[in-house]
Each structure stands twice: as C-alpha cells, then as structure tokens.
Design a protein around this ligand. Structure first.
Ligand code: HEM
Length: 521
C-alpha cells in the first residue's frame, strides 16, 4: 500500500513538474494519460533501443558489415525496431544528428502531434538550407521558405501560402489546366509502348515529366513544355527534366549517402553538381515569377488571378514567391509521380478493383476524351478510395517527424527537449490491430458506411498532420486523381514483373523498371 502511495505521489510530482515546465495546455494529452495510468513515468534512459558504443555511438550501424538494420527501406527498419524493441524505441549516438525516438502507437502519435507547438519543427534538408542561407545569400537575403525555415520565419511563410495553396476553391480553379496536362500525358502513352504493349524501362522518367509539367502550372504559372515530342537537349524543358533527375540523386548523396557531412568541409562532386543544377532551377523560377508580376499589372478586375499572382499580391517581395515556387518544385515531383505509380501497381495487382474503378469511370466519363470537371471528380468515390488505400499501403513518406520543444511523455517514458520523434505511420498502417486484412488492397474500407472498418485517427497520415502538413496535398490529389481517371478509363493496366522493389532515399520509391503493360479499352 505504502509503495503504491509512493508511486502515486511520484506520479503527481512528475505531472506537476511537467505542467510547470511548459504550457499546461500542451500537456493536456500527457496529463490524461498519467491520470488513467498509475505507472510512474519512466526516464528516457530506460527506453529500449540499439546500444551505442564508445566514440562511435550508433553510427557504426551504417558501416558496411555492421548493417543489421536495413536503412535502405524505412518500412523494414520500422518492422525490425518494432519486433526487437516494441512500440517505442530510441536510437541515440548519432551526433551531429539529434537522438531519435521511434513510435508505433497512434496514442503517442496523437500526443506528439497535439503537442507540436506553434512552430512544429521537422528536420530539414541541410544542403538546401546551406545553399539558401550561405552559398546564395546574395539572392535569398535570409528567406528560407517553408521547407527549411523553422520557428517564426516558418510561420510567417505559411501565413502567406496557406490561404492560397490550402483553399479548395483556389485549387479547383486549376482543374482545367491540370486536366490539359493529364490529357497531353495520356495521349503520349500508346506511343511509348513496345510491340508487347509494354512501357519502357524508364517509364519512371515519363512520370517525372508529367509531375514537373503539372506542378509548374501552379508554381511557375506556365506550361514548361516537358511533354512535347522531340525536345532539344539544350531546351529549357529538357534541362529542367534533367535537373530534376540530377537533384534527386545528388541530394540523396548529400543528405543520406556517401557525401553526407563531407560537403560541409569541401566541395564534393555531388555538391558541385547540386549548386550548378539548383542555380539553373533558381534562374528559371525567377524568370517566371517576374513574368507573373508583369502579367498581374495588366489583369482586369474580372480576371481571376493565378495562385502565383495571389502570392505576389499578399507579399510583393518576389524572392518569397521564387522560394515558394522552388519549394513546390522540390517537394512536388517525385512524391506525386511515385504515388501515382503505386496506385497503378495496386490496381494492376488487383484486377477486380481495377474493373470496379473502370465501371465507375465509364459511368462518369461516357466520352473518354471530354475534360474532367470538379463535379465529375466529386462523383469519383471509388477512385478517391483507391488513391487513399494505395497511400495507406505504400506511402512515399513513411513517417512524420517532429522535434520535441518541451518535455513530453510518450508510452509512459519522459522524452526530453530536442529529440526527433519519428512516427512510423507507414508501418502502423499495416498492423492488423488497426485495419482488417491490412495487407489487402481494399479501397472500400474508406467508405464511411463500410461495416467492417472503422478508420482510426492518427494511424494513416500520408501527407503529415497539423499546421506543418503538406502544403501541396490538395494539388497532389487533384493531379493524381485526374490523371489516374484518364489512364484507367482508356487502358487496362497490368504489371508482370512484381513484386516491385522499393528503396528509401529522400522518399520511399519504387525502383524496379516500371514495365507496365497497357491494353486499350
Ligand atoms: C502525393 C504527393 C505528396 C505527398 C505524399 C507529400 C507528403 C508530404 C509530407 C508527409 C510532408 C511533411 C508533412 C508534415 O511534416 O506533417 C510534406 C511537406 C511538404 N510538401 Fe508535400 N507531398 C506531396 C506532394 C506535394 C506537392 C505537389 C507539393 C507542392 C505544391 C508539396 C509541397 C510540400 C511542402 C512545401 C512541404 C513542407 C511544408 C512545411 O514544412 O510547412 N507536396 N509533404
């Protein structure tokens, strides 16, 4: 009895110190957890995880010969950590990186995300920050942008961008333009296949072109021309396409690969390529932003301004508009093209679901070539469910990360300030305690009236959550839904070379050749 009272007292004391340490509102979640659970809060040191060794910490685990954990596949790492250590684990000794805590319990995800504070901190790309804040500070003059800024600067940037990028009405204005890009892309498909109706090995590049052309419509207010036939090698669209390809490779090398940290000391080969490529991106974006500024001067009152013109209206500093355009190009290409690939793969593996989708599309789009409107999209319930289900099973961003800015209690462990909490929602979305038959592609589970499935919050978050959620998620969905509708309305898709292999780089990407077979309907 005395021992129990002691525990309760300790519990109350730790709760009081927690409440004293921060704003009481922010610990509401933790407080409820503590009241219900009489277990004393355990110290950070007790969280299980791979043991660091003197001098090298846990960094040796990335060296050849010591790779017990498969860091090339974040889903696999998640599974390995969960099976070895349980629902919470820590990965320390990674300096100069901060300690990481991996969580797999939706209650912890909720506590963390409800306590992320006014300026949620997500670890950002060091090479991009260095480029904007040091290498080219002549141009950026301290403007970092939503991708890399933190604190008040980040909040200020989102304050300008949210009312434009996150507003359904503005996003819906883009449907005809996004539809035109999707139409141009779909018309190219029959010309890409070989005599067996198979896509080429590098179909991935074609999808990148589509994603670049689509997001440029929003970010740069222009059609770049990436889908034009016979592009000259030194034409702007071809150079943009090549640059996207180069950036994806070199940024991975600078952030996670062989040159990570080295570039801070001397200009490594990837760093030099990175500067050359991103300077080109900067020049192109600057040019189109200046053109939009000119256009907006001659806009009449009855003409709707574009998203870029609205951004410039809210904040006439063109540097901010250029930075936002760059962020959209950096964050909106491979994410969208890989997500579309994944839906096509899931539909190829599940021909019965593809047929249900085809029937829905035939009903809503009796004329294959007629433009898709917002009203038609709203009717495409099964299509939307297919996209959601595919993103549950294979999200391109396997988890959400937040750095603690105050002490917090997760799974009854005290987490100190400055720890990167990685919420592995991708792995959680495949747990049978959260979904019935989680390994099965069942779009119907997303219907509200589905009797078998009651969707739990904080499990599946492919676009993140809260005030730092993906700023482009509405545009990403619009692009994917319109293009998928056209692709499945006109062709039956098959993939004969599965299972697809994946690799986690900056995003979790399909890496086997995308040799889809298409059959004209
Ligand atoms: C299917 C495609 C996409 C996926 C799965 C995706 C996913 C994500 C995720 C998970 C985050 C982090 C959210 C968080 O920390 O809570 C994010 C951030 C972001 N995304 Fe996306 N994204 C996609 C497409 C796009 C597009 C098309 C754009 C451009 C318009 C975009 C722009 C951004 C930006 C700028 C951020 C940083 C936001 C901030 O830190 O405030 N994304 N995205």
């Amino acid at each position: 009895m005395a021992g129990r009272r002691k525990l309760l007292l300790a519990n109350q004391r730790s709760l009081q110190s927690l409440l004293r340490a921060g704003e009481s509102r922010q610990f509401a979640g933790a407080a409820t957890a503590l009241k219900q659970d009489v277990q004393p809060v355990r110290p950070y040191e007790d969280i299980p995880g791979p043991k660091p060794i003197p001098l090298l910490g846990n960094k040796f685990r990335f060296m050849p010969g010591f790779r017990k954990y498969n860091f090339n596949d974040m889903f696999e790492v998640g599974k390995q950590f969960y099976e070895e250590f349980g629902p919470i684990s820590k990965f320390t000794g990674l300096e100069p990186l901060h300690d990481m805590v991996f969580v797999f319990d939706p209650k912890d995800v909720e506590t963390m995300l409800r306590n992320e504070g006014p300026w949620p901190y997500r670890r950002h790309l060091g090479c991009l920050e260095y480029y904007r804040k040091h290498t080219r500070k002549d141009f950026f003059k301290g403007v970092g942008g939503v991708l890399i800024d933190q604190g008040k600067d980040w909040q200020e940037a989102r304050h300008h961008v949210n009312p434009i990028m996150m507003q359904t009405k503005i996003v819906e204005m883009y449907t005809p333009k996004i539809d035109q890009v999707a139409e141009d892309f779909t018309l190219l498909l029959p010309g890409l296949v070989d005599s067996k109706n198979e896509m080429p090995e590098n179909f991935n590049n074609e999808l990148h072109k589509w994603a670049l052309e689509s997001i440029a419509v929003v970010a740069l207010d222009t059609r770049l021309g990436c889908l034009d036939a016979n592009l000259e090698a030194d034409s702007e669209p071809q150079k943009m396409i090549d640059s996207v390809h180069t950036l994806l490779i070199v940024m991975h090398s600078l952030e996670l690969g062989g040159e990570a940290f080295l570039w801070r000391h001397f200009p490594t080969p990837s760093w030099s390529k990175f500067i050359k490529t991103i300077d080109f991106f900067l020049d192109v974006s600057h040019k189109y932003v200046l053109q939009a500024m000119e256009r907006s001067k001659s806009r009449t009152a009855n003409q709707e301004p574009s998203a870029l013109e609205r951004l410039l209206k809210r904040d006439p500093n063109p540097t901010r508009a250029v930075v936002m355009a760059l962020d959209m190009l950096m964050a909106g290409i491979d994410t969208t093209s890989h997500s579309l690939t994944n839906v096509l793969l899931h539909l190829s593996e599940n021909q019965d679901k593809q047929e249900i989708l085809h029937q829905e599309l035939k009903r809503i789009m009796p004329n294959q070539h007629a433009p898709i409107t917002n009203e038609m999209l709203n009717e495409m319930k099964f299509l939307k469910a297919c996209v959601k289900e595919s993103m549950r099973m294979m999200p391109v961003v396997p988890g959400t990360m937040r750095r603690t800015f105050n002490e917090i209690v997760l799974s009854n462990y005290r987490i100190p300030v400055g720890v990167d909490v990685l919420m592995l929602n991708g792995a959680m979305s495949r747990f049978s305690e959260h979904y019935t038959e989680p390994e099965k592609f069942k779009p119907e589970r997303w219907f509200r009236d589905d009797q078998e499935e009651k969707i739990k919050p904080f499990v599946t978050l492919p676009f993140g959550h809260g005030s730092r959620k993906c700023v482009g998620f509405r545009f990403a969905l619009l692009e994917m839904e319109i293009t998928l509708a056209k692709m499945v309305r006109r062709f039956r898709w098959e993939f004969k070379y599965g299972p697809m292999k994946y690799k986690s780089a900056l995003v979790h990407a399909p890496v086997s050749p995308l040799k889809f077979t298409i059959h004209k309907r």
